[in-house]
Design a protein around this ligand. Structure first.
Ligand code: NAP
Length: 314
């Protein structure tokens, strides 16, 4: 019997064929297949699958599955969907993805730092007015989350001259970055923040964590960038903070409901920049090489790469 490796995505996912091609190119020794192309015996012999937001019922068709390798970095949906399946989840950790995210954080930090939303509004009003210039080294960018993406963003921001702070569940040590942990230190960090960047995973602990209280601790001129997950920010609190002038601007790449519904308040809000979840797309070729290396190690030694901690949710 041939040994096959399934790639399982939601049937509506438009990029299954390109993923199959990229994964196959990175793993010539494997036979990549779609779930429906596997025989019953092949499904019974399968212990690992590569997944992109699969339907849980599809994974249940593989009775001896031990682990899944996601091609996404954010796996909150997989963690929730597979809670009763005792499956180990490996998420994508790709330096290219971290680099792409760091670039996006820098780009949109510059957008806020150089007052682009305000100059766009002034242009629309035919208003010729210079705002005060504040140097990057006099601005503090604070990161919620100092993981694979947050740390890469911190380094890029430092190199661009900003003061950088970061907050994580456990304390980090990153040269040049003032690292914080715990609720008290979060407050201290927020009070010193000009631009707050969210790069937390969505978990039961982080859902709605950017709430009225967190937003109230930011200086009124501060702005928010959310490149993580929409549900981490309390949308009602965000709108209220923007409307009472307690927050200058929000750059939002992620939303509780995506695609963002046409009647959503965010679209036309003068203090909101809407992006269609584009800050850091997975690169199929680098991701496939990383998945390939993890699979090769598993085939050789049975070792499963570091997995998502189900209790922590990330
Ligand atoms: P990661 O490596 O798991 O890092 C997560 C960071 O958040 C860690 O520093 C972690 O602290 C911290 N954290 C988690 N829970 C916390 C809590 N309750 N309180 C304080 N800190 C907490 O994740 P990543 O690879 O950097 O990715 C972050 C998220 O980015 C993903 O989960 C995904 O949702 C999102 N993402 C978005 C896009 C996009 O295009 N918009 C693309 C890729 C990923 P510790 O270090 O102490 O564990």
């Amino acid at each position: 019997m041939r040994r096959v490796l399934p790639f399982i995505a939601n049937p509506e996912y438009a990029f299954t064929a390109p993923w199959l091609a990229a994964l196959q190119a990175a793993m010539p020794q494997e036979t990549l297949v779609a779930l429906d192309d596997m025989s019953e015996a092949e499904r019974a012999g399968c212990t690992v699958a590569i997944v992109a937001n699969p339907r849980p019922e599809d994974l249940r068709r593989l009775p001896n599955l031990r682990w899944v390798h996601s091609v996404w970095a954010g796996v909150e949906r997989l963690v929730a969907d597979l809670a009763d399946m005792k499956l180990q989840i490996v998420r994508l950790v790709d330096p290219q993805l971290a680099d792409t995210m760091a670039e996006a954080v820098l780009a949109w930090t510059f957008y806020l730092h150089r007052d682009m939303p305000r100059y766009a509004a002034q242009q629309a009003a035919r208003e010729w007015r210079a705002q005060d210039y504040v140097r990057a080294q006099d601005k503090t960018v604070s990161l919620l989350g100092l993981g694979a993406l947050g740390e890469a963003a911190a380094r890029r921001l430092l190199a661009a001259g900003f003061k950088v702070r970061g907050w994580s569940r456990t304390r980090k040590a990153i040269d040049g970055v003032q690292c914080h942990t715990g609720e008290d230190e979060l407050g201290a960090m927020l009070a010193q923040t000009d631009i707050l960047v969210c790069l937390l995973p969505l978990t039961p602990q982080t859902a709605g964590i950017v709430d009225t209280q967190v937003l109230a601790q930011l200086p009124a001129h501060a702005s928010l960038i959310n490149f993580a997950r929409g549900a981490i920010v309390d949308d009602t609190a965000l709108r209220a903070a923007l409307e009472r002038g307690a927050l200058a601007h929000a750059v939002l790449d992620v939303f509780a409901v995506e695609p963002l519904p046409a009647d959503s308040w965010h679209w036309a809000h003068p203090r909101v920049t809407v992006l269609p979840h584009i800050s850091a797309p997975t690169d199929r070729s680098t991701a496939s090489r990383i998945v390939a290396a993890n699979l090769a190690a598993y085939r050789e030694s049975g070792a499963i790469p570091p997995c998502v901690d189900a209790a922590r949710g990330y």
